[in-house]
Each structure stands twice: as C-alpha cells, then as structure tokens.
Design a protein around this ligand. Structure first.
Ligand code: GLN
Length: 483
C-alpha cells in the first residue's frame, strides 16, 4: 500500500480494497518500524485511528473527497488541537494548542487522517534538521547524512514511505531544500496563498506552508486543500483558488525557461550542474525554449535574509516569556530571573543566535544601517525576478549547491550552514512560488531541480513538474531498505 499514490489510495478506499483504518494502521506500523530515522516528534496513533474510523463512515456514504481517509503527517509547526505542537523546541515541549491551524482544519474537513507531527529544526531555523530539540533526522538515502531542513522530518518521512504526503513550511528554502536532499517533490507557494493562521511564526513576511509529496500529481491534491483566503490571516490573499489538477497534462510546447546565470557559478557542485543540465534538456524535448537570464543581486540574498528573518524572529519569539505558555524555569527569584532563565534554558543555540542578531539589527542606531538596508536589498531582488520573469515563463536551476551532507558536518560553522540555502532564499524575499523536483542522483544521493514561477502560478508549476515526471522516473525511486 505504501507505494501507491494518493489517487491510487483514494481509489482503493472507494473500491473497498482496504479501509482507512487498515491503511492508517499500515502506515503506523511502518512509522514504528523505522523509528530510528527520527522523523516524528509525536505519533498520534489513537487520534489517527479515531479519524480513520470516521473517514470509513464518510467513505461508505456519498460526499467523500480525494483525501477522505488518506493519512497525512504534519510538520510540528502547525497547531493541532489535542496533539502536542513543539515546533522542534524544548520551549514548547509541553504545549498543546487550544485550536487548530487553518491548514489542519482544512485537512480535517477534507477527511484526511493526521498520523502525527514531524520533526523539524527548532522554530524552523536550520537547513539540516540538526537544531531540533528532539535530535537529528536521518536521510533514508544515506542514514549518515542529514535530510535537509527545516522540514527534515517531513521530507524523510515521504522518502521512507512513512506517509503518502506531508506538509512543510518554507521561510528561506525549508520545503525545497529537504525535498531536494531526500528526492521528493515540494512546492513553496506564493506568499499569501496558504494561511499562516496557527502556523507558528518564524519570520512572518517570509513564512509559507506548502505540500511535500512524491509526485507533482499528489502535491496538487494537497495544494487544493491547503490553499485559499483566510480572514484569520491578514496577509492571506483573497484570490480564487484554481483547480490544481486540471492543467497537469497541458503541453509545454513553447514554454520559455530562463536559466539565471548566477545559479550556475563556481559554488555549484559539478555533478549537480550536470544533473540540472540533463533535466533542462528533457524540457527541451518537451518543447521548451531555453534562454539565459540574470538575477544580478542574488549574492545579496543571504545577508539580506539573515537580517530580515532574524529581526522578525526576535519579535515573534518574544512571546515565549515563561509566563503564558511553554517552558517555565524552576523557582524564579523575580520576574527578570523568570524571563532570563526560562528563555535561556529552553531555547537552543541557533535560536538564541538569531534572536541576538535580530535584536541587534533592530536596535536604535543600527536599524537604518541593517534592517532598512536589508529591506532595500529585498526590493532590488524582487525587481530582478520581475525583470527575468518578464523575459521568460519560469526560471530553472539547482535547489541546493550540494547533495545531502553528513550529520555533524556543518554544525560548527553557522555561515557554512546558511550557504546551503543560497539558491532558495531569494525566492522567499520576493514572495514567489517555486518547486523542487527529483532530477537524478550525484554520488548516489538525490539532486533536486528548482522551478520558479511568477506570483500565483502554482498550477503552471505543477503542470511543468508533472510533464517532467511523465517522462522521467526519478520521483519513483525508493531508497534501499524502504521499498
Ligand atoms: N535555512 C534557512 C534558515 O535557517 C531557512 C529556514 C526555513 O525556510 N524555515 O533560516
């Protein structure tokens, strides 16, 4: 069962080949069997079986949808009523949200079954899943390597077939980079397309939730449920949600692909460059035209991002004060001691580093020099993308400069870790949608192809991804031992 697509699973459920309870149990058994990967922070066994029972009743009557009875696992950044939500932090190790994130509510309404909550970097800060309070996640393609981050548990769970599909969030690359390192398909939607209500905030002007699945076809099904305007999120965009599956088979004849020359500089591993070249050739065969374009301010993306994201996180994380919810230190002497020790004891090193950087960048005297400057750079980067996307329909390039790196290999050098997102971060600064697609292997490890589109063109991106997946088999590869 675990090798079936969502469409096949939905068919199996409808034709009574298996029930949702049987399907859910099969996934719970796999999750249990592959515990060593550390993909899950919480497995919601009872809750899942309860939901599956209800879905079976719904399936027996009319009105069942494509996701009715389908198990889905959620990144532990989405608040789930009744199931612990930790955001990968000791700070929220005891936190049970009193409400559901809009995304969770939408999956519940669709009849999906929540298998549990997936491991992630602490407060989504990281590119390797190693900043999680709950420990590193192993990449199923090579268990000595990282799955990428921050949605590392999400990507590894799909690659190891522990869930048919999952959710992730992407502030600077956290859907695309782990999707790339684990050989799965990930979509980071346009900023504002998926509600952020109940999705624990890291950097509010950049954060965006999206689907991670084996194929574009499955990602389209999740996207249909996740997308849409939400009055509870003031940055959510009131715009019609298209049918994401309807155009999957559209022809790519005449598609104009731009290759930003800055994506193919000396920082890119040559094996990855050749995998991308082969993928682009595949698109030529499908009728696409290729053109070189330029994003001249790309090199400023990482410094601008780390000022903006840290500034926003320092404000967002001020709510964890040891008073209202989350961790509280023992026996505080006074209020200051309560704040200092609660935060000091419960936040990990990376989160503290970001809060310090962000507070510094926002402080009087430095605000103009860092924060305002970074916002100006952000504008320039958005301008580069508008220019490039006025010349072509989509941009293509690598997702990550390397394949999966070793667990522990980059933990001592934060700058080295920040560079892992060099090709993804600019997209968030501009708020554009982008995908990562499995596009081959280098040294037996998956390589991802990035496809970046204009605002609200998720349907076209999914179509472009699906057409590639009709003529290549990379997305169907399963890591050895997880078949
Ligand atoms: N790796 C980047 C960071 O550490 C992006 C994280 C993300 O997208 N959540 O901030």
């Amino acid at each position: 069962m675990h090798n079936k697509t969502i469409t096949e699973l939905a068919k199996g459920l409808r034709e009574k080949e298996f029930s949702s309870v049987e399907l859910t149990q099969a996934y719970l058994d796999r999750i249990n069997k592959y515990q060593a990967l550390n993909c899950f922070i919480t497995v919601a066994e009872d809750h899942a079986l309860e939901q599956a029972k209800r879905s079976d009743i719904q399936l027996a009557s009319a009105g069942a949808g494509l996701l009715t009875g389908i198990p889905i696992a959620q990144k532990d950044i989405f608040c789930t009523q009744g199931i612990k939500t930790t955001c990968g932090s000791k700070m929220l190790d005891n936190f049970i949200a009193p409400y559901n994130a809009t995304v969770i509510e939408k999956f519940n309404t669709a009849g999906a079954v929540t298998l549990g909550k997936l491991n992630m970097d602490e407060f989504a800060m990281g590119s390797s899943n190693e900043t999680s309070f709950y420990g590193a996640v192993q990449n199923p393609w090579d268990t000595n390597t990282v799955p990428g981050g921050s949605s590392g548990g999400s990507a590894a769970a799909v690659a190891a077939r522990l869930s048919p599909a999952v959710t992730g969030t992407d502030t600077g690359g956290s859907i695309r980079q782990p999707a790339s390192l684990c050989g799965i398909t990930g979509l980071k939607p346009t900023y504002g397309r998926v509600s952020r209500y109940g999705m624990i905030a890291f950097a509010s002007s950049l954060d965006q939730g999206g689907p991670m699945a084996r194929s574009a076809e499955d990602a389209a099904i999740l996207m249909q449920t996740m997308a849409g305007f939400d009055t509870k999120d003031s940055t959510s965009v009131d715009r019609e949600v298209p049918n994401y599956s309807a155009g999957l088979n559209n022809s790519l004849e005449g598609l104009k692909i731009g290759l930003p020359k800055e994506f193919f500089d000396e920082g890119l591993n040559s094996d990855i460059a050749s995998a991308i070249e082969i993928a682009v050739n595949e698109y030529k065969k499908l009728g696409a035209e290729i053109k070189e374009v330029s994003l001249p301010n790309m090199k400023l993306a990482i410094p601008a991002y780390y000022v903006i994201a840290s500034a926003e996180c320092s404000a967002n994380l001020s709510r964890y004060d040891g008073v209202r919810f989350g961790y509280r230190c023992g026996d505080p002497a006074d209020l200051n001691d309560l704040y200092i020790r609660s935060r000091g004891e419960a936040f990990g090193a990376e989160v503290k580093r970001r809060i310090l950087m962000g507070t510094y960048a926002l402080s009087a005297g430095y605000y103009d020099a860092y924060y305002i400057k970074a916002q100006k750079v952000r504008r320039l980067i958005s301008g580069d993308f508008s220019q490039a996307l006025s010349e072509v329909d989509v941009l293509m390039g690598p997702v990550s400069p390397t394949t999966a790196f070793g667990i522990g290999e980059k933990t001592n050098d934060p700058i080295e870790m920040y560079l892992a997102d060099i090709y993804t971060i600019a997209v968030n600064l501009a708020g554009l949608p982008a995908m990562s697609l499995p596009a081959g292997f280098a040294n037996n490890k998956p390589v991802g192809l990035q496809v970046i589109g204009n605002y609200f063109t998720e349907d076209r991106l999914l179509n472009i991804a699906h057409q590639y997946q009709q003529v290549t088999g990379w997305h169907q590869q399963t890591p050895q031992g997880f078949e």
